[in-house]
Design a protein around this ligand. Structure first.
Ligand code: NAP
Length: 241
């Protein structure tokens, strides 16, 4: 039996083990998927001999890179790895399948977004993957950070004219993720309208407070669950290549 898993910390929010458990059961696949909440990225060494592949989540998507024997062009361009294939010699090869999940989620809106502007809340791994896909789609994006110098903008700079000038706002921060489900990113929701599309990469809960507040203003809203499923399926294809 082949073993797969997810490394990260904390992992309480993750649906990966449930997703792959249900997939293996429904498709009659003899494999196992486990969660590995590791305290230090160096602990990944102990999994080389055990796993055939793994997903990587907070806070190790960048930290895993020095442990890899190779990295895909796309993962290198994004600067983050969320999928690792481990070959028979125990060498680790890194990929970014979040990119595929983001593409699949935003592709129905490609026409209306091309040439428009977007805000990407947060400046971590998911933010870099979203910015990469938006560049491909011809959408100009600015990152928004809590810290001056880490993004193009800070939350304090999001006034009515900035919110009105963008068509898309993507939350790539963990704000609103289970269990803190009543939290939402600090943006002026009152300036949102039916012109806006809101995409939250957080998928637990399915409708976050960010999306709920956007929908209340008439915005079109899309959650992170499709992205989650697409990145999981893309990982599965890579492990079985
Ligand atoms: N749907 C999916 O398949 C999928 C895939 C990947 C990730 N995700 C979700 O996306 C979220 C981010 O993941 P990630 O890997 O990008 O994490 P990350 O690398 O830690 O980045 C998150 C960023 O959010 C900002 N942030 C963190 N805590 C915050 C807070 N309390 N308030 C405001 N901003 C905060 C930070 O940017 P600043 O310091 O610049 O503000 C940070 O760089 C997680 O909830 C994760 O579960 C979902």
């Amino acid at each position: 039996m082949k073993h797969f898993g997810l490394i990260g910390s904390p992992l309480g929010h993750s649906a990966s083990a449930d997703y792959f458990g249900a997939k293996f059961a429904s498709e009659g696949i003899c494999a196992e998927y486990s969660l590995y909440e590791i305290a230090d990225i160096a602990d990944v060494e102990s999994l080389r001999g055990t796993l055939a592949g793994m997903n990587v989540t907070i806070p190790y998507k960048k930290a895993i890179i020095p442990y890899l024997a190779s990295i895909s062009e796309e993962a290198k361009a994004v600067g983050a790895v969320n999928c690792v294939r481990i070959d028979s010699a125990g060498r680790m090869h890194g990929y970014n399948t979040d990119v595929e999940g983001i593409r699949a989620t935003l592709s129905p809106y490609a026409e209306q977004l091309r040439g428009e502007q977007a805000l990407v809340l947060g400046s971590g791994g998911a933010s870099a993957a979203v910015a990469y896909v938006l560049r491909e789609m011809g959408v100009q994006s600015q990152t928004v950070s809590r810290t001056i110098g880490r993004g193009d903008l800070t939350y304090e700079q999001l006034d009515e004219s900035k919110i009105s000038s963008v068509r898309l706002i993507v939350n790539t921060t963990p704000v609103g993720m289970f269990p803190a489900v009543t939290d939402s990113p600090n943006i002026p929701y009152q300036y949102l309208s039916s012109r806006h599309l809101l995409f939250d990469v957080v998928y637990n809960p399915r409708e976050t407070e960010f999306l709920r507040r956007g929908a209340k203003q008439g915005a079109l809203v899309v959650g992170g669950y499709e992205m989650f499923c697409r990145q999981a399926e893309a990982s599965w294809r890579i492990w079985n290549d």
